[in-house]
Ligand binder design. Structure first.
Ligand code: PMP
Length: 360
């Protein structure tokens, strides 16, 4: 075959998502992809069904209804919002628009696995920066910047560590970047943090920041693929030029708009998550398994060794419980466990207790 991919394309690692089944096991509990155990709001499901009556029509190309809902709920200017097929599409568009051959894309050592893929897919060089005890290190990031740095991806809260940096650090990072570099504040888990504006004030006070958010996590709509970005008008205008005209389906737009407006459901999911997460982290700590303080809907549990983490994962699989191995994130002695509902948290803690040989 004479067809060849661009240089470097075949070196890009394939993204491996969380497993969703275990052979021969029924009643599988999936705690491997940070999904919302309650699913989307009822209003979102009803809106999706209504949208199914007009599937012969193309969807909106300007996403006006969804942008208005996001603007109303979060106090954002709808004109400065770009919607994507999952926040992943917005993150990819950022690399497409701002980083190419000869440019550098920065992210941190335990950062989201797609960041190097966005860089490589656009011919830019991925640059990995060390963290400090599983927390993004702003000084190390600033020290790693060069004139070639064009994009800096930071998830806040971070995945898979669950840790966060504060507002002063985010400001210091934005202000310390070289001219022409853009700071991406990936807020996939931002709604789980009470009182956090996900970078809104930073976007509104700086010209080099874009924040991204998703409907895949707290809104329980991972299966529909919806996300968005918020930045100044110039940045949004650049991204709009490379966006596909119908990148979100009509059912996805309808469901997302209704989900965004159902603030009571979002709030219920946030408070329940915090309660179960803190209970689960405490119960596992009592079993001798510490985790960093998580602000998200998962915890990163640390084992004494890689062997112990693998053995625990194997045991959980026999119990039909799927959690995430994060060796690929440079965390071989850890397991990332999504916070489920109360029964799910009890089930996973019980199974880990069995593994540890402790009655719980
Ligand atoms: N950023 C982070 C940190 C994530 O964990 C994820 C999903 N795992 C995404 C972005 C992408 O999410 P989506 O494309 O579903 O919006």
């Amino acid at each position: 075959m004479g067809i060849k991919a661009q240089p470097g394309v075949m070196d890009i690692a394939l993204y491996k998502g969380g497993k969703s089944h275990v052979d021969g096991v029924e009643n599988v509990l999936k705690l491997s992809s940070n999904e919302n155990p309650f699913g989307p709001s009822v209003a979102a499901k009803e809106a999706l069904v209504r949208a199914s009556h007009t599937l012969h029509r193309y969807p909106s190309t300007d996403h006006a209804g969804l942008r208005a809902a996001i603007g109303d709920v979060w106090g954002l200017d709808p004109e400065r919002i770009i919607c994507g097929n999952g926040s992943g599409e917005v993150l990819m568009m950022i690399a497409q628009a701002f980083a190419g051959k000869g440019d550098e894309v920065l992210f941190t050592e335990h950062g989201f696995a797609m960041y190097p893929i966005y860089a490589n897919a656009n011919g830019a060089k991925p640059v990995v920066v060390s963290e400090r005890e599983r927390v993004v290190d702003v000084d190390a990031l600033l020290a790693a910047c060069t004139k070639k740095t064009k994009v800096v991806y930071i998830a806040n809260p971070a995945n898979p560590t669950g840790t966060m940096i504060g507002e002063a650090d985010m400001e210091r990072l934005a202000d310390g970047l070289p001219d022409g570099a853009i700071l991406v504040l990936d807020g996939a888990y931002a709604e789980y943090v009470g009182g956090y504006d996900a970078g809104k004030s930073l976007v509104e006070s700086r010209n080099n920041v874009i924040m991204t958010r998703t409907f895949s996590k707290i809104y329980g709509l991972g299966g529909l693929r919806i996300g968005y970005g918020y930045a100044n008008q110039e940045i949004i205008d650049m991204l709009m030029r490379i966006r596909g005209p119908f990148n979100l389906s009509a059912p996805a737009l309808a469901a997302a708009e209704a989900a965004m407006r159902d603030v009571a459901h979002t709030e219920k999911c946030r408070t329940d998550n915090a309660k179960q997460r803190d209970w689960m982290a405490g119960a596992l700590a009592e079993l001798g398994l510490p985790s960093d303080t998580s602000t998200a809907n998962f915890i990163l549990v640390r084992f004494a060794s890689e062997d112990e983490a693998m053995a625990c994962n194997d045991h959980l699989m026999t119990q039909g419980i799927l959690v995430r191995l994060v060796a690929g994130y440079g965390l071989p002695n850890c397991l990332r466990i999504t916070v489920g509902d109360e029964a799910s948290c009890r089930r996973v803690v019980h199974a880990i207790g069995q593994f540890k040989g402790t009655k719980k």
